[in-house]
Design a protein around this ligand. Sequence first.
Ligand code: ADP
Length: 270
Amino acid sequence: NENIQLEIRIVPYGDDLRLLVAQDVTQLRFMERVRSDFVANVSHELRTPLTVLKGYLETLNNANGTVPESTLKVFRRMEEQTARMESLVDGLLSLTRLESSTNQLMQKRVDVPLMLQSICDEVKLLADDHPSIELVVETGAGLLGAEQELRGAFSNLIVNAMKYTPPAGRVTVRWRDEGKGARLDVEDTGPGIAQHHLPRLTERFYRVSVEGCKNKGGSGLGLAIVKHALTRHGAELKIASTLGRGSCFSCCFPEERVLRGDFRTDAKIA
Ligand code: ADP
């Protein structure tokens, strides 16, 4: 029956036996699709009223001189919260888009060095008082994949590093060829994350309150989006972190995704 979905696994059984396990996952996949469609629809529907709200708030905020300063302050708070809600809705939409298995992965030639340079230039403009950021491009290698998804993943990691690292700290973005595959490291000298949190960081809405930087906004969806985008490219997200010293988020791409040879980039290679 073509409507039945089976998942087949081989599990060790004793010293030299293996079990072939076939599990009927039809119901599970169906429920996953229902959940994903529901989240996508709700997020989509929430977008329009949010845009309208934002418009009204902007008008109110521009009413300088006619409303007392205390009221303007309230408008600004409302604007912040609307922006937060908008980023949640956008995050949920990206996540459901990535999750839907019918969505085929685009196979484009992606100039990674150029992409990283543009992300780093952009994040510098985001905050006035940001840690120093260094981009080290060791290879001109590119990737075969979906440009928007890769950009989303890389910029999430770089924005996080900038967001959680104090202004006196340092963020290093390194793109390198490992012979068998390529790797992006986003390393920071920020607060670090306790070991017991690491396995759960890529779960949706999982957040850790970071000592000294309490009000960082954020939706807790960023790393879930990164993980999904990387999985679709056959890549792995590795997280290493030491409390009080910093973190390193690495995206490890398999050899078959890496474009070498005549791949050209306009970015400067170290
Ligand atoms: P958000 O940043 O929106 O909270 P993410 O999914 O991007 O959500 O990150 C999940 C959590 O992981 C964050 O709440 C933060 O506690 C932690 N985290 C992510 N990146 C870093 C980093 N570079 N340094 C310290 N903590 C981090």
